[in-house]
Design a protein around this ligand. Structure first.
Ligand code: 6PG
Ligand code: NI
Length: 189
């Protein structure tokens, strides 16, 4: 049945859709390299290792195409003063873009090229962003409720996490005087 149309049913509130191929959970312990406050990382892991975000996937593969759907739900919260976020990655293939659609919550999409161009998009429900090929992408939840977004891309894109793990993004989002504030990443100073 691989060449036949298929629909899934998406819940705007939870970010979950059915049917689904698989889901992945990322906890603080999966993101030790990403958050800058290592003391906070350690104590949060000891205190129960909370869930940071979940991804729900479907790969719509046919004999001639490989369109994928992923929805992500990031919990509200912080590690130290830094807001919960996705790990962030480059697509492995050099010619693979992606569309992100924010449906719930508020935050920022951070993007950066290997040449050091940085761009942040403010997200509210309804913001749709195009991520061009060769731009690393990460989403940060600066709000008080879960942030849910829908992503479409090709399975052929692949993921490269190592560079973001080592260097992070140019800027981090931390809470300062109760407000989301951009600060320069320590690793880039
Ligand atoms: C992708 C998408 C998206 C992303 C998740 C989790 O290329 O698959 O960008 O589905 O994987 O939002 O983010 P991380 O992959 O960075 O953990
Ligand atoms: Ni991606």
């Amino acid at each position: 049945k691989e060449d036949y149309p298929i629909s899934v049913q998406f819940d705007f509130n939870t970010g979950v859709f059915e049917p689904q191929e698989k889901s992945v959970e990322r906890k603080v312990s999966d993101m030790v390299k990403m958050f800058h406050d290592k003391t906070a990382v350690e104590s949060m892991i000891k205190a129960g290792d909370p869930l940071v975000y979940e991804i729900f996937y479907y790969g719509f593969k046919t004999s001639a195409s490989d369109m994928a759907l992923g929805t992500t739900r990031i919990q509200p919260g912080k590690v130290g003063d830094e807001y919960y976020m996705t790990k962030g990655h480059f697509h492995e293939a050099f010619d693979q873009p992606e569309i992100y659609f924010c449906v719930k919550g508020e935050g920022y999409l951070l993007m950066e090229t290997r040449e050091g161009e940085f761009q942040a998009e403010k997200w509210t429900p309804g913001t749709i962003s195009h991520i061009p090929p060769m731009w690393a992408h990460r989403v940060v939840n600066t709000g008080k409720e879960p942030l849910v977004f829908v992503a479409t891309y090709h399975l052929a894109a692949g993921h490269t996490y190592t560079e973001v793990e080592e260097k992070g993004f140019l800027k981090c989002l931390v809470e300062k005087d109760g407000k989301a504030t951009f600060v320069l990443n320590d690793k880039r100073k």
